[in-house]
Design a protein around this ligand. Structure first.
Ligand SMILES: [Cu+2]
Length: 307
């Protein structure tokens, strides 16, 4: 299919997605119902299915597709709690302003009222916003703890921020490597500009991955939108986060803490693969990216024995 047509269809799809969202807010019809039974089948047919790769898209509205339980909850919080409340408040305030402008205009009120206090109103406009905040706070705290408390991890990886690339370690597998951005001129088809890196962080699907995050020079931040993950990388400290990717594919993120002139050029590429493929990769990486080369160790040991 020609690229222009593909682009057009994609824009139309995103547009319909936002219309569906708005409709659902105005008329109480579920966005998911409209998308699931009407728009999605049409566009799936037109666009065809392609391998899952989550990255920012042109004309994108809303979040990238979620692939972890944490991100599912984040999207729910945004779509079904925050957005409806924000919209309702904005519409209500706009209505109040327009109503006041119309009702209290000078031509209708030659002698303005001297009213200055109304106890009931004042109590209401203090208590209602408090209640709204409580309604937002409960799921928000629940979500914060879900992100913060790391379940029993199957794999631990360490991400180290450098000016301007990321270093990775798999301490249990004794793997260490550095991933740098691929320059625009060297990109292969399918690799997104400013997001693809020469080496991927490879993790198995449906496993809890604990990420230890630190930096070697200045502040950076390891962020992956599709996973709902964003943590500061602080020199001399280790931050922790976790994710459990439930779909295979390639996912892109970026450094999200202004860290210097090439801040925009230290992307993150995570590849989620099947358990078998992950094992194969570990076997390969243990040789290719060995953290502590065996030989060096042996040399030291031999020297020790000689001494
Ligand atoms: Cu950075």
């Amino acid at each position: 299919m020609p690229t222009i047509l593909f682009d057009f269809l994609f824009k139309l799809y995103t547009f319909c997605q936002s219309v569906a969202k708005l409709t659902s807010l105005s008329f109480g019809i579920r966005t998911t119902t409209i998308m699931k039974y009407f728009l999605l089948p049409i566009f799936t047919f037109l666009l065809g299915s392609s391998a899952l790769a989550e990255q920012p898209k042109n004309w994108q509205l809303g979040y990238q597709k979620s692939v972890t339980p944490v991100m599912d909850d984040l999207v729910f919080m945004h779509d079904y709690i925050l957005l409806p409340i924000i919209t309702a408040i904005s519409v209500f305030v706009l209505f109040l302003i327009l109503y006041a402008v119309w009702k209290f205009k000078a031509s209708k009120n030659p002698n303005p009222t001297k009213t200055s206090h109304n106890t009931l109103l004042e109590v209401l406009w203090t208590v209602i916003p408090c209640l709204i905040l409580v309604v937002i706070a409960i799921p928000s705290f629940k979500l914060l703890y879900k992100q913060d408390v790391i379940p029993k991890a199957d794999i631990t990886i360490k991400a180290i921020g450098y000016q301007w690339y990321w270093g990775y370690e798999y301490p249990d597998q004794k793997i260490a490597f550095e991933a740098t951005m691929i320059e625009t001129k060297d990109l292969k088809p399918g690799q997104p500009r400013l997001l693809a890196t020469d080496k991927h962080v490879v993790v198995p699907v449906n496993k809890v991955v604990k990420v230890l995050i630190t930096a070697n020079d200045v502040l950076h931040a390891w962020a992956l939108p599709a996973f709902g993950v964003k943590r500061d990388a602080v020199p001399g400290r280790i931050n922790e986060t976790w994710f459990k990717a439930e779909k295979e594919g390639i996912f892109y993120g970026q450094c999200s803490e202004l860290c210097g002139i090439k801040h925009a050029f230290m992307p993150i590429t995570v590849e989620v693969v099947s358990e078998e493929k992950y094992k194969e990769w570990v076997e390969m990486a243990r040789v290719k990216y060995a953290m502590y080369p065996e030989k060096k160790f042996l040399v030291k040991k031999e020297q020790l024995e000689l001494n």
